[in-house]
Design a protein around this ligand. Structure first.
Ligand code: FAD
Length: 318
């Protein structure tokens, strides 16, 4: 059986989990086994409705110790759940929580793991999973030959796929250890769309000249309902907060639309954004390397292009 971890934030199932479910369901079909999900805690979403993405059953573990995400506790509970349900393949989204727990679960289950897979495994002769390596410059094909296998899948590589069907929902009884961390306060950044969950990202680089010019990035982001991001020198110079820095050493994003403004397109930047579905580059230098990775490009001065683009989008929305 393929068991898919259903990740949630504030009692809502994450979009990356719906993609992981679609992927796990397709893999289960390929292997001729059932696709089941495992939810730790509770959500406001309709769990039976997850049948629409290919799940036959949802196992749910509820306990007050699961109200906050504690990687140690979640690892322990998922390991027990995998054993109790007889899962042979575990699928996670390759997001922050998936990165924290999938490897630890694999260790506890003596399972081979591939993190950041890009496509369904080739199971015609073994169990060969493909992933990108060297900052997206090459592909590696890895055969997992342990009885239990763990895969985390990159966002936007498979898509959310729907079909007819409803899942059965059943409580799963496994022991839940006491939380090892205590959250004393949460300070949320108000009004911002989380970068890793955003469908659209507007990102600025050193071409913006200084933090005082970020209004044009924010205006465009607001018009599009997008999150804002930046290149590394921008956050290193304290023009923008570090959580906005994307790239090899920053956050890795895979939105439907990534708009890069005044960013040259260094390999280290591309490594964090090249899984975006559509890339639009705005740069005044027609030779900027980013244009080679772009689906659409505008050669022009950001200080002229952005206000015009924002106005055009606002008009078309109105
Ligand atoms: C180990 C290592 C890790 C790194 N990790 C990262 C990382 O994770 N993320 C990252 O981003 N970088 C990373 N870097 C840095 C990376 O190599 C580049 O130096 C950096 O991405 C460049 O940032 P930039 O494109 O904003 O600035 P620049 O390279 O200075 O480019 C600015 C661009 O703006 C354009 N421009 C200027 N004025 C305008 C205007 N008015 N209108 C339109 N365009 C304009 C210019 O033509 C130019 O292309 C890393 C480097 C190393 C060595």
């Amino acid at each position: 059986m393929v068991l898919i971890y259903i990740d949630q934030a504030e009692q809502q199932i994450k979009k990356s989990s719906l993609e992981a479910i679609s992927y796990g369901a397709a893999l289960a079909k390929q292997l001729g086994v059932p696709a089941e999900g495992i939810l730790l805690g509770s959500v406001t979403d309709d769990l039976a409705g997850l049948g629409k993405y290919g799940l036959q059953k949802v196992h749910q573990v509820t306990d007050s110790n699961l109200n906050i995400f504690d990687a140690k506790v979640f690892t322990q509970v998922l390991t027990e759940a995998a054993k109790a349900t007889g899962a042979t393949v575990l699928v996670f989204a390759h997001n922050l929580n998936g990165k924290a727990i999938a490897p630890a679960v694999a260790v506890k289950l003596n399972a081979g793991i591939v993190t950041g897979a890009n496509s369904l495994p080739n199971t015609s002769n073994g169990f060969v999973v493909t992933k990108t390596v060297f900052s997206g410059k090459a592909f590696a094909q890895i055969n997992i030959d342990t009885p239990i296998k763990v895969i985390s899948i990159n966002q936007n590589c498979f898509g959310v796929q729907t079909q007819d069907g409803a899942a059965s929902v059943a409580p799963l009884s496994v022991s839940v250890p006491a939380a090892s961390i205590k959250i004393t306060a949460i300070h949320k950044v108000e009004g911002e769309i989380p970068l890793t969950e955003a469908n659209i990202v507007v990102s600025g680089g050193r071409g913006l000249k200084g933090p005082e010019n970020w209004g044009i990035i924010e205006d465009l982001a607001k018009a599009l309902g997008a999150a804002t991001a930046c290149s590394r020198p921008v956050s290193d110079s304290d023009w923008r907060p570090h959580h906005e820095h994307v790239g090899q050493t920053g956050v890795q994003v895979a939105p439907n639309l990534y708009i890069a403004v005044g960013i040259s397109g260094a390999i280290q930047h591309l490594a964090g954004v090249n899984r975006s579905k559509t890339i639009v580059v705005i740069n005044k230098d027609p030779e900027a390397p980013f244009f080679k990775a772009a689906d659409y490009g505008i050669v022009g001065d950001a200080f002229e292009v952005l206000p015009a683009l924002t106005t055009a989008i606002q008009k078309s929305k109105a």
